[in-house]
Ligand binder design. Structure first.
Ligand SMILES: *[C@@H]1O[C@H](CO)[C@@H](O)[C@H](O)[C@H]1NC(C)=O
Ligand SMILES: *[C@@H]1O[C@H](CO)[C@@H](O)[C@H](O)[C@H]1NC(C)=O
Ligand SMILES: *[C@@H]1O[C@H](CO)[C@@H](O)[C@H](O)[C@H]1NC(C)=O
Ligand SMILES: *[C@@H]1O[C@H](CO)[C@@H](O)[C@H](O)[C@H]1NC(C)=O
Ligand SMILES: *[C@@H]1O[C@H](CO)[C@@H](O)[C@H](O)[C@H]1NC(C)=O
Ligand SMILES: *[C@@H]1O[C@H](CO)[C@@H](O)[C@H](O)[C@H]1NC(C)=O
Ligand SMILES: *[C@@H]1O[C@H](CO)[C@@H](O)[C@H](O)[C@H]1NC(C)=O
Ligand SMILES: *[C@@H]1O[C@H](CO)[C@@H](O)[C@H](O)[C@H]1NC(C)=O
Ligand SMILES: *[C@@H]1O[C@H](CO)[C@@H](O)[C@H](O)[C@H]1NC(C)=O
Ligand SMILES: *[C@@H]1O[C@H](CO)[C@@H](O)[C@H](O)[C@H]1NC(C)=O
Ligand SMILES: *[C@@H]1O[C@H](CO)[C@@H](O)[C@H](O)[C@H]1NC(C)=O
Length: 561
């Protein structure tokens, strides 16, 4: 970070010196602080429990059925499109209760939102969403005009009821839906557990595939942290355990439990990241941070909102040597339950949101705050540099603190503009104004160079095929070190409950000649499952806005028997 940051400061100084017509020499002595800024702008209208960028100008938000201020027809909405250009929202008409659903894009750019909960509010005309399979087709209107969610559980639905499932896009572009529970409750139980996988479009004649791992990880195994790996297998973490699942031959390869009995999935919610995949080897490496070592075998009445969360991060390279070495332990500067992890185009990870004590969920622990099972919100983000030497990877210097608590049902996403959107927080059964309130305000973490002219590229086609070379034209402000040029292909993921499903960064191979940049599509569908993403040009730690792309042909995922 050190070297690139110096480059940024010099470059910004030069830009400003040009802008204000100050001689360069004197500008360099007036160093511009390399500070991120925090801006509050916009409200979400519905509580932002689930958040996903669906186009260069829009994010989709799913909530549970509750008395949100945003109305549709004659009742409260529980989903909306958030417009980045206007900071306004448009309600979406859902039929079923999307409470604690998961989501992923398919290879053709369609978003599916899966699972949910039963009817809670007949006056809002909601239907049972336990088997919800809500379909949002690619939206091309910048303001979302005409973009709707197809949500009819009587005709299209999951095979199994799933509350709190995860979903990812796998190598063939279809959605894999993982786990969940068939009934309410704080801790999952054998009686309600749904320890299986199913796919959309369906595989195995729509018969769900039983997962011993999800049977063995009760009771804190909801919203498993799941990543598609380059060899087509899937990494899954739940509770204090993890493994690799091989879809092709239905085998599990278990890893040693997380050290110090830290649990990382709901309600001991931590966050996970597939660290950037880099040529030539694209070796996968997993980082999981936060959670809690609280017991998942006791009554919630014995837990407390004041029990310290875990500060533990565990990291492992998923190759033979890395697996043999086991989980490497590091510590977040501040413990966090329910942190959100945001991959930046530099490959650094920004952690935001969450609390320093308690557990996820609401209404369970005896000393709940309002209804929140967690307390002591963490207001300052921290950036992790995976390539810095161990012991100096975490840094909060120059990162502004928020004043808004972001506890249970908070979300965050990297955006096409190149900043970080922070939304949600609602540790309540229904909308509340007392501590901790239902939070509708949106905040934006803007990188230091956000308002300056940034590197950009133009001429990218709508699709890039695996291994395909395409030429684009780049515009690079003077003073940036071209030898540091990288092209980051990013899946911005689907955020809910500290999971950022499908989120990943793949660095593409490039050749620069003049202002022509040749970019090579990712080598195969394991490295980037076919589907949508954004391409960012990164030079000297400075990134431009993202350009939307579909990786692969954009065709629908295969229909198999
Ligand atoms: C919402 O969709 C339902 C059908 O699922 C329809 O009956 C209703 O009129 C729609 N409401 C609005 C406001 O579009
Ligand atoms: C908030 O966003 C709107 C729409 O983009 C913009 O006009 C306004 O200036 C912004 N306000 C602040 C305080 O940034
Ligand atoms: C809302 O409108 C629908 C018809 O569009 C009606 O069936 C329903 O009873 C209304 N609900 C309330 C609470 O007025
Ligand atoms: C697919 O379904 C069959 C039943 O038709 C079942 O026996 C089999 O175990 C399933 N496949 C896997 C991988 O679980
Ligand atoms: C089955 O899965 C195991 C574990 O991931 C793997 O080592 C093995 O090569 C796989 N076999 C086949 C035929 O894919
Ligand atoms: C993992 O958690 C389970 C309870 O969920 C517990 O029985 C087991 O001892 C833990 N394993 C380790 C290694 O801490
Ligand atoms: C959790 O960790 C803390 C600090 O290491 C320890 O004091 C506490 O006993 C642990 N709790 C459980 C339930 O293991
Ligand atoms: C942390 O960030 C600050 C401000 O960006 C920088 O000056 C400092 O060198 C960084 N420290 C480490 C250890 O990277
Ligand atoms: C891109 O441009 C370079 C330099 O002009 C050229 O050598 C290369 O063949 C071009 N690649 C494609 C895919 O057009
Ligand atoms: C791209 O960069 C050039 C020069 O650096 C600038 O003039 C242009 O406005 C930028 N375009 C976009 C879309 O940001
Ligand atoms: C994408 O594929 C899914 C699954 O087959 C389908 O439901 C959806 O309509 C497709 N979207 C487009 C835009 O073709």
């Amino acid at each position: 970070m050190g070297h690139s940051r110096v480059t940024v400061v010099l470059w910004m100084s030069r830009f400003l010196s040009f802008f204000f017509l100050i001689p360069l020499a004197s500008a360099v002595t007036h160093e511009i602080p390399a500070q991120w800024t925090l801006v509050q702008n916009g409200t979400t209208g519905v509580a932002a429990m689930q958040l996903s960028v669906v186009s260069p100008t829009l994010a989709i938000i799913f909530d549970k059925v509750e008395h949100n201020p945003l109305q549709i027809g004659n009742h409260s909405a529980w989903a909306a499109l958030y417009n980045f250009e206007t900071n306004g929202v448009t309600p979406l008409n859902l039929t079923s209760n999307s409470f604690c659903a998961g989501g992923t894009f398919l290879s053709n750019g369609t978003l599916v939102n899966v699972g949910g909960n039963g009817v809670v509010s007949p006056e809002d005309e909601d239907q049972n969403g336990f088997q919800g399979l809500r379909i949002f087709e690619p939206c091309t209107d910048p303001a979302g005009a005409g973009c709707t969610v197809f949500d009819d559980p009587t005709t299209v639905r999951l095979v199994k009821p799933r509350w709190y499932p995860s979903a990812i896009r796998i190598w063939d572009g279809s959605a894999m839906v993982i786990g969940g529970t068939a009934a309410g409750g704080f801790l999952n139980t054998a009686g309600s557990n749904e320890p299986s996988y199913e796919f959309f479009p369906p595989k195995n004649n729509s018969i769900p595939i039983v997962s011993p791992f999800l049977q063995n990880t009760l009771g804190a195994n909801l919203f498993p942290l799941t990543f598609a790996l380059p060899d087509g297998t899937v990494f899954i973490a739940a509770n204090n355990q993890s493994m690799i699942y091989n879809i092709a031959n239905n085998t599990e390869t278990r890893f040693p439990p997380f050290p110090n009995n830290v649990r990382v999935t709901y309600p001991m919610t931590g966050t996970g990241v597939l660290l950037p995949l880099t040529p030539p080897n694209y070796t996968p490496e997993i980082l999981i941070c936060g959670g809690s070592n609280a017991s998942d075998q006791v009554l919630p009445s014995t837990l407390s909102s004041q029990t310290p969360a875990s500060s533990q991060c565990v990291r492992m390279v998923l190759d033979e040597a890395g697996i043999a070495g086991g989980w490497i332990v590091e510590q977040l500067p501040v413990p966090r339950i329910m942190p959100d992890s945001i991959i930046l185009p530099t490959g650094q990870i920004m952690f935001v949101n969450g609390g320093a004590t308690g557990v996820a969920g609401y209404g369970n622990v005896p000393d709940q705050i309002g209804q929140s099972n967690a307390d002591n919100p963490v207001f300052t983000p921290v950036i992790y540099d995976p390539s810095a030497p161990a012991g100096s990877r975490f840094n909060s210097t120059g990162l502004p603190a928020s004043t808004i608590a972001r506890l249970y049902h908070s979300t965050a996403s990297f955006t096409p503009m190149g900043n970080v959107m922070i939304s949600g927080s609602n540790p309540n059964l229904d909308v509340q104004t007392r501590k901790y309130a239902t939070e509708y305000r949106v905040e934006w973490f803007n990188p230091p160079f956000f308002d300056l002219i940034r590197p950009n590229l133009s001429g990218l086609p709508k699709n890039i095929l695996f291994g395909q070379n395409v030429n684009v034209t780049v515009s690079i402000p003077a003073g940036l070190d071209l030898s540091t040029l990288q092209v980051a292909l990013m899946d911005l993921g689907f955020a809910t409950h500290a999971t950022h499903s499908t989120s990943r960064l793949v660095y593409l191979s490039t050749v620069l000649s003049g202002n022509t940049l040749q970019i090579t599509g990712p080598p195969n569908a394991g490295i980037y499952p076919p589907g949508p993403g954004y391409i960012y040009l990164v030079i000297g730690g400075v990134w431009g806005a993202g350009t939307q792309i579909i990786v692969g042909s954009g065709g629908a995922p295969p229909v198999s028997s």
